[in-house]
Design a protein around this ligand. Structure first.
Ligand SMILES: Cc1ncc(COP(=O)(O)O)c(C=O)c1O
Length: 158
């Protein structure tokens, strides 16, 4: 039985079979984890993942992205995959803004709490709207003349 969070279990499994792991945290950095490191940080599994991909856009509101991993691995990417790199570096102003955003979200939980609160509220509203629609459908069905209702029921069970 797996009792650890999925990313931890997955990383442990990969380590056992000496497989490399690459985790795209683009939709998670800034939003999850006590310092905004993403799902792997939240689950205490970041140190088990070989490469973590993040963005400086989305939650950080800037531009560009990064991969994080052991120095030797990052050096190998630099040496063997130069085609994946832009020849123009990020402008200093963008780098400064991204650094400020990362520093802020490392220590401020307010944005993460607001995000969770708003997501939960939206989900609850959607649930409520669906329940209301279901009730309206049931009420409409209840008001149908008997003949129509039995036709509807037999159609549904067919
Ligand atoms: C899963 C995933 N990875 C990577 C990226 C690239 O991120 P960015 O456009 O912020 O560089 C995106 C963009 O939407 C994405 O959805």
């Amino acid at each position: 039985m797996v009792t650890s969070p999925p990313s931890t279990a997955f990383a442990i499994f990969a380590q056992r079979y000496e497989a490399m792991t690459y985790c795209d945290e683009v939709h998670a950095v800034g939003l999850y984890g006590p310092r905004g490191g993403g799902i792997t940080e939240r689950e205490g599994a970041a140190h088990r993942v070989d490469v973590i991909e993040g963005t400086l856009a989305k939650a950080f509101g800037c531009l560009g992205g990064y991969i994080a991993g052991d120095a030797a691995l990052i050096d190998a990417v630099r040496s063997y995959a130069p085609g994946f790199m832009f020849t123009t570096a990020l402008p200093p102003a963008i780098c400064a803004a991204a650094t400020a955003a990362i520093c802020h979200l490392k220590s401020s939980n307010w944005e993460r709490e607001q995000h969770q609160y708003r997501a939960a509220r939206t989900k609850a509203r959607v649930k409520l709207v669906c329940a209301k629609k279901e009730i309206e459908r049931d009420l409409k069905f209840r008001d149908l003349p008997d003949q129509c209702r039995s036709l509807h029921t037999s159609k549904k069970s067919a």
